[in-house]
Design a protein around this ligand. Structure first.
Ligand code: FRU
Length: 484
């Protein structure tokens, strides 16, 4: 076992005495922004959800984690198990300790295997002679109770024809019981793609089968595909991934990078695309992944990162960065993906409020709100503080807008614009989950979704609308973190 400790490539095992307590103490000084019912790291930076799998009794959730502060350094996988998405028990962390993961355990997925789960992940390494990045694809075996038993490499370099950017293996079973895993990749000509490996069974060496071929997708400008995920809902195949380099547009693809999906029919490596779309229209959403081990006959369950690469947030100064979304159920309607938080996140006993004037609503920053605008234009102002900061939602000419221009933003946030738009006709339902610095908005029962961070210190829990809105709402209970 090696203890890596080189600049930002520092493992958890190299922590000096009291060092992590100091980061935790800094996090505790944040009085404004720590979410209550979204999964947050105890300290440091979260990015992609990883290794999502239902083991028959409980869900395993891992995420990319850098413990020492709000930056992208040595990546670990922090690991929780939960039977219900209410109580999260800490389990063994995947910590880089071997040469085949010397510069971080990068993203990947997992499969249930009887009493075990097999985690597939990318070992990020740097060759000492010239610092070139060498991507390994590795397996880590965990017991269902969360104990790490073993880890070893499967693939020790990028295949010929591909650059050093090959990562994020997501495994799945084929109809005839073989194991395949799909990796995000960059070709030598610097275009993005995904490649598929096959193993006869979990103990045999992987063979490269080739690229996933999408029948109809405009790959111009796209230099990398990250976090690929192949799944089935009912009799449809889906491919979810995070392409990098797509041109930004006015009412979709508004961020620096995007998360997209296609629906259609997969024949071996040929994907006949029937529908293409963006998964989320908010400011902060990336690298989603769905759970393995569930019966996907009617729906799938997905988590995303409420964040994006290359962004700094106001919470960085408190030693933490980002969260995960609520777990979302994905269903198909008319060949489109609909997303809604899992049923247990919907509070019972909603209170009615007929809103017109500015109104105080206790704990607005931890509330679920629901209303029907009856397809009429409206604007809704949330919060207020002595600096006049607030958040604004509006609907006009069939376009929904989330505006955070009157709230605290970092330079990198500002550089991507202060509004996010989403075209949606016939708006009949708005549902909002607010969690202190996170907002997830579901329109028309999940037809369109906007996920974002927002930063308003010392806020008053005030609401104001441009027209009468009949709002139903309730405060959400915090989730609980249990030690191992
Ligand atoms: C996506 C990503 C993955 C990579 C991981 C590293 O956000 O860049 O491609 O495995 O993050 O943390």
């Amino acid at each position: 076992m090696l203890i890596f400790n080189q600049g930002k490539y520092k493992s958890l095992l190299a922590a000096e005495e009291g060092e992590l307590d100091t980061v935790a103490a800094l996090v505790a000084t944040d009085q404004n922004f720590r979410p209550d019912y979204h999964l947050v790291a105890p300290f440091g930076l979260i990015n992609d959800p990883n290794g999502l799998v239902f083991d028959g009794e409980k869900y395993h959730i891992f995420y990319q984690w850098y413990p020492y502060g709000a930056m992208h350094g040595m990546k670990h996988w922090l690991h929780y198990t939960t039977p219900d998405f209410q109580q999260f028990t800490l389990a063994d962390t995947l910590i880089p300790t071997e040469m085949f993961e010397s510069h971080g355990c990068y993203s990947g997925g997992a499969l249930p295997l009887g009493d075990y789960i097999a985690v597939f992940y990318t070992g990020n390494t740097r060759r000492s002679s010239d610092n070139a990045r060498i991507p390994y694809q590795n397996i880590a075996v965990f017991r269902k109770d969360g104990k790490l038993l073993d880890k070893y490499p499967l693939v020790t370099c990028a295949p010929a024809g591909y650059s050093e950017h090959v990562r994020d293996p997501k495994p799945y079973f084929t109809a005839d019981g073989k194991v395949r895993f799909i990796c995000g990749a960059q070709r030598d000509n610097l275009s993005g793609t995904a490649i598929v490996f096959e193993m006869e069974n979990i103990n045999t060496p992987p063979q490269l089968m080739g690229e996933l071929n999408l029948s109809d997708f405009d790959n111009r400008h796209i230099f990398m595909w990250e976090c690929p995920d192949l799944l089935k809902i009912g009799d449809k195949d889906l491919f979810i991934w995070s392409p990098q380099g797509k041109q930004r547009e006015a009412q979709q693809f508004q961020n620096n990078y995007h998360s997209t999906y296609v629906i259609g029919k997969l024949n071996d490596l040929q994907f006949e695309v029937e529908q293409f779309g963006e998964l989320d229209y908010g400011f902060d959403f990336y690298a989603p992944q769905t759970f393995a081990g569930l019966d996907n006959s009617e729906s799938a369950v997905m988590l995303g990162w409420v964040g994006l690469p290359d962004l700094q947030y106001p919470t960085d100064e408190y030693g933490w960065h980002s969260t995960l979304t609520l777990p979302r159920r994905l269903t198909l309607k008319n060949n489109y993906i609909y997303q809604t938080p899992l049923e247990q996140y919907y509070p019972q006993n909603l209170t009615a409020l007929s809103l017109q004037q500015a109104t105080e609503l206790a704990d607005l920053d931890r509330r679920y709100l629901k209303f029907n605008p009856h397809n009429r234009d409206f604007s809704l102002r949330l919060f207020d503080n002595p600096q006049g900061q607030h958040l604004n939602l509006s609907y006009e000419n069939d376009v929904f807008c989330l505006d955070r221009s009157a709230s605290e933003q970092t330079e990198s946030m500002l550089s991507l614009g202060e509004q996010r738009y989403c075209a949606i006709a016939d708006l009949q339902q708005v549902e909002i989950f607010i969690d202190r610095s996170v907002i997830e908005i579901f329109l028309n029962g999940g037809e369109k979704v906007l996920t974002s961070r927002f930063f308003i210190k010392n806020r008053q829990n005030r609401l104001q609308s441009s027209c009468r809105l009949e709002i139903e709402s309730a405060v959400l209970a915090p989730i609980a973190y249990l030690a191992e």
